[in-house]
Design a binder for this molecule. Structure first.
Ligand SMILES: [Zn+2]
Length: 231
């Protein structure tokens, strides 16, 4: 079915993750996108990044940005891995923060609006309760504080993602070694990425690989910032 491919692209999913089913309920103005992972797969331990086998799964649901005016939910049986050092832990998923109930992109939009508009108006526009909107802002602030002394980045991935319909782009930075979303930048300009790379030089000292979309501003930003960068 083409709709699976459509949602796969909208969510920017890559192997081992794929859209297995799209469940459209017009009467509820809702679409549920089911995501699964290829099997067998290993996933990095969220604590140490070591590849671990799957222990079991837990069903989780996230709200994503509306698509075609429909409330869009993602459902997935998320694998829990068994790490020798850290025990049974839920694997990270690329579309959401560990305990988030919204996708990273949904939260990024909410946060960008919360910077310029009152919580109540943002909540109303996004179909959230005031508490949910506040929770998104609160987590963003705490993530910002937590980020300062996080581990060095080993495998940086720079991806551009566009919002439905509005054709606005954000830049999503992911550490592929752990699967953690490191940051979401407001646009896909060279200067924005370059500023970020400059500001995080210390954490990037041990970086082994940088993968990115072949978007010229990204390539030049990396070439101009990271000394040993080779294409
Ligand atoms: Zn571990």
């Amino acid at each position: 079915m083409q709709d699976k491919e459509l949602y796969q692209n909208l969510l920017g999913l890559r192997a081992p993750w794929f859209v297995s089913q799209v469940d459209l309920r017009m009467e509820e103005s809702k679409v549920t996108v089911w995501v699964e992972h290829l099997s067998p797969s290993t996933f990095p331990c969220p604590e140490c990044g070591l590849e671990c086998s799957v222990h079991d799964h837990r069903r989780r649901t996230w709200r994503h940005l509306d698509t075609c005016g429909l409330v869009t939910m993602i459902e997935c049986d998320v694998p829990r891995i068994n790490c020798d050092a850290h025990g049974v832990l839920q694997a990270r998923v690329p579309w959401a923060e560990p305990k988030g109930r919204f996708t990273v992109i949904f939260e990024a939009v909410a946060i960008s609006w919360l910077k310029v508009a009152p919580i109540g108006s943002v909540a109303e526009r996004l179909g959230l309760s005031w508490d949910e909107a506040w929770g998104i802002m609160d987590r963003a602030v705490r993530r910002g504080l937590a980020r300062r002394d996080e581990f060095p980045i080993r495998e940086l991935a720079v991806d551009e993602t566009s919002f439905q319909k509005r054709h606005e782009y954000v830049t999503v930075l992911v550490d592929r070694a752990t699967g953690n979303v490191i940051d979401v930048l407001d646009d896909r300009k060279k200067s924005t990425l370059k500023d970020w790379l400059e500001a995080h030089k210390e954490r990037l000292e041990a970086v082994r690989t940088i993968t990115m979309d072949m978007w010229e501003p990204y390539v030049t930003a990396v070439m101009e910032t990271i000394d040993a960068a080779e294409t």
